[in-house]
Design a binder for this molecule. Structure first.
Ligand code: ADP
Ligand code: MG
Length: 704
């Protein structure tokens, strides 16, 4: 059988998808479920019972013994509690396999140990998981056997969101309502639903598992806390799109197969900029599916790496000195009948609806740049944003030549009369075909770039959930659409009013457009002149969540209540302080337990050899002596820095809660960490490699 047919056959094999449902569910039940999926109508228990039964039968055929409500608490990873399908043994000591509608629809994990940010006191343990029937159930195979996984939302007893999925689903409703209003105003009578489409490109590193296990810093924190770059880094650009080595290729093959079976449309794979860095991108899907599938991508990458004797590092900055990893969030808005609202067409200057959508997005991004910045903040991403490798921490929008030209015409004369054409790309080689050229080049330095018929939000961190970026995008754009619709619905001449609004929004928000080099210092200064926020750290980004402006917007669209926002704010400060605390403790531990003893061993051996040489021949030992002095001085620097780090870390525990504590960790603890790292990294270079207790950067990233 050819590969082609194989892929087609295995795709979705582990998924209780539409084809399976159509096949297995009674027609009426299938139709009812479709109504719930498409229109959100309530599902009655009798129907749910039938679905649950069929789902269970199907899962058992796949080898499943257990089911789980698979959810996304605010820890950043997914969570699950497994229940087997067995019933209590009957009088003959036999069990049945059962699964009820109630069990399918609602779960009640003991929620007291998940972060709730004060929404739920520890004693109020109740938290509910509720089936998200818009994302297919699937069977996962692993060492535990096979498990039926039911994608769920996770809420408190009072219905407050305790997860990543609930607000995303709410934000999708908000943009659906407002985008449909807009479409109707422009004469569309056929589309019934508008959903955001998302494609997330996942970057990751692969290192050898055995070497990984010798790096306690990687094990505890996901990144190296020590290590100096080898002679070669990424400067030759020879890894990017380079040919994929057999070991990695075999891993990628397995990843793809597993993802395809899970219904994840894995599409693109290539080597990334840094050595040992790679990327996987699926074909875009409806926003909440993309969210679930990105979690599966991260899970499968880790699992398959393990099976190949590798470790997958999803941290944003596993190694200092080479690029870190991100997750580009490609976003567009599409109707159920296939219209992409971000499609400019060949002559964007004539496309009033597109121009209004674009103007609304520019307005939304400018008005809520702080929220977008927040949505990409996680502890690891602080190492990237603004550090000249990822987009800067300043939010701006890249539109490219063609749209920029249309906008300039609109702002200066009130109307646009022409659109720049792409033209033909001539290579100068007669045998090569002439290629149709896009009307716009790309700009890799922009955090928010228009790329033909979608926006690409490039700030998101590699290990972060894509929920927050899309919650923010959906909601801020819904808000801008709503404002425009309010105006348009009052107007006598819709076209004229749309023109006025486009001009108004573009004029008021043109400061957010930037087509130049986002990595340059000049841009930082220019952005400051324009009054654009430059939010440099996660701790500084968190307050955006609870500004009056943010609360008003999120409450208006039913995406977050004030209490939910406050709880998320609290959780994030806590996560920040906790993660830095773990890093600091890991550094202290590694330094005390392995690095200092290794250096002492090296110094002692050197001292002994100096004495031996002297005794043997009374030769010149000045080189050895100099080395001994250098190592001893660095060891002493390291000891001083270690004591300081221990002191500030201990003090951190007494710092109370919230913003002040997080800021303390950012300012005091990370500074003390850097001060300890400096002498240790110098020592690594001069100490005998045989005594250095962990693999070097070179071992890790060049010898995979
Ligand atoms: P790159 O930016 O690396 O050149 P691609 O053009 O291949 O990448 O697209 C990257 C991602 O964007 C993929 O996941 C792709 O499916 C997704 N994508 C393409 N079109 C859209 C769209 N209209 N809406 C959302 N995502 C899209
Ligand atoms: Mg891209």
């Amino acid at each position: 059988m050819s590969e082609y047919f194989k892929v087609v056959d295995i795709f979705g094999e582990y998924v209780f998808n539409d084809t399976v449902m159509k096949e297995r569910l009674p027609k009426k039940v299938y139709q009812k479920l479709q109504e719930t999926i498409k229109e959100g109508t309530d599902l009655d228990l009798a129907t749910a019972d039938i679905i649950a039964h069929e789902m269970k039968e199907w899962a058992i055929e796949q080898g499943a013994t257990h089911y789980t409500h698979w959810f996304q608490p605010l820890t950043g990873v997914t969570a699950e509690k497994h229940d087997s399908f067995i019933t209590a043994p009957n009088e003959q000591g036999k069990v049945l396999m059962s699964f009820s509608g109630k069990e399918l629809i609602k779960g009640e994990p003991d929620a007291s140990s998940f972060p709730s940010g004060g929404l739920r006191a520890t004693c109020e343990a109740r938290g509910y998981t509720a089936w998200d029937c818009t994302s297919y159930a699937f069977v996962r195979h692993d060492a535990a056997g096979a498990t039926l996984c039911i994608p769920t939302a996770f809420c408190s007893y009072k219905g407050e969101a305790l997860d990543q999925k609930t607000p995303l689903l709410r934000s999708m409703q908000a943009i659906d309502t407002q985008a449909l209003r807009l479409l109707r105003l422009f004469g569309n009578t056929t589309s019934r639903k508008v959903t955001p489409s998302v494609g997330s490109e996942q970057e990751y590193f692969l290192v050898d598992k055995e070497k990984y296990l010798k790096r306690k810093d990687l094990i505890y924190t996901g990144r190296t806390l020590f290590g100096s770059m080898p002679a070669k880094g990424q400067e030759m650009d020879d890894h990017y799109f380079g040919s994929i080595r057999p070991r990695i290729a075999a891993f990628m093959k397995d990843v793809n197969e597993e993802l395809w079976k899970l219904g994840v449309p894995a599409k693109t794979q290539h080597n990334e900029v840094a050595p040992a860095q790679h990327e996987l991108a699926p074909i875009y899907e409806t926003c909440n599916l993309a969210l679930d599938h990105n979690h599966l991508v991260m899970e499968v990458l880790k699992k398959k790496a393990n099976e190949h004797g590798l470790q997958c590092l999803l941290h944003e900055k596993p190694f200092d000195g080479v690029n870190g990893s991100g997750k580009h969030d490609n976003w567009s808005i599409t109707t159920d009948d296939g219209i992409n609202l971000l499609e400019p067409g060949k002559t964007p200057h004539e496309n009033i609806q597109f121009l209004l959508v674009l103007a609304c997005i520019l307005k939304a991004v400018d008005d809520h740049a702080d929220l977008l910045r927040w949505s990409a903040a996680d502890v690891g991403n602080d190492h990237r944003l603004g550090a000249n490798e990822a987009p800067p921490a300043i939010i701006s929008v890249f539109l490219g030549e063609q749209l920029d030209d249309v906008i300039t015409q609109l702002i200066s004369t009130g109307s646009a009369t022409h659109s720049l054409k792409g033209g033909v790309l001539q290579t100068g080689v007669a045998s090569l075909p002439d290629l149709a050229k896009d009307a716009t080049d790309r700009n890799r330095t922009s955090p928010f770039a228009f790329t033909g018929n979608k926006f690409e939000f490039r700030m998101v961190g590699s290990q972060d959930s894509i929920s927050a970026p899309n919650v923010v995008l959906n909601t801020i754009v819904a808000e801008a659409f709503e404002e425009a619709c309010d105006e348009l619905e009052k107007a006598e001449d819709i076209n004229e009013k749309a023109h006025d609004l486009i001009k108004k929004y573009l004029t008021e928000h043109q400061r957010i457009i930037f087509n130049g080099d986002g990595y340059s210092d000049a841009w930082v200064e220019e952005a400051e002149r324009r009054g654009l926020p430059n939010i440099r750290s996660m701790v500084d980004a968190i307050p955006a969540l609870t500004t009056d402006k943010a609360i008003a917007m999120f409450e208006k669209f039913g995406v977050f209540t004030k209490a939910e926002l406050e709880s998320r704010e609290e959780i994030q400060y806590e996560i920040y302080a906790k993660e830095i605390n773990i890093e600091a403790r890991a550094m202290i531990n590694i330094t005390n337990k392995t690095l200092i003893p290794a250096v002492i061993k090296d110094i002692t051996a050197l001292a002994q050899s100096i004495n031996a040489v002297k005794a043997a021949c009374d030769c010149d030992v000045s080189v050895q002596t100099e080395l001994l002095q250098e190592s001893s001085a660095l060891l002493s620097d390291a000891k001083v820095a270690l004591a300081k780090l221990e002191e500030v870390t201990d003090k951190g525990l007494t710092m109370g809660d919230g913003a002040a504590r997080a800021a303390y960790y950012r300012d005091e603890v990370t500074t003390a960490m850097a001060e300890l790292r400096a002498p240790i990294d110098k020592l690594e270079i001069i100490v005998d490699k045989k005594v250095w207790p962990m693999p070097s950067y070179g071992d890790l990233i060049f010898e995979v």
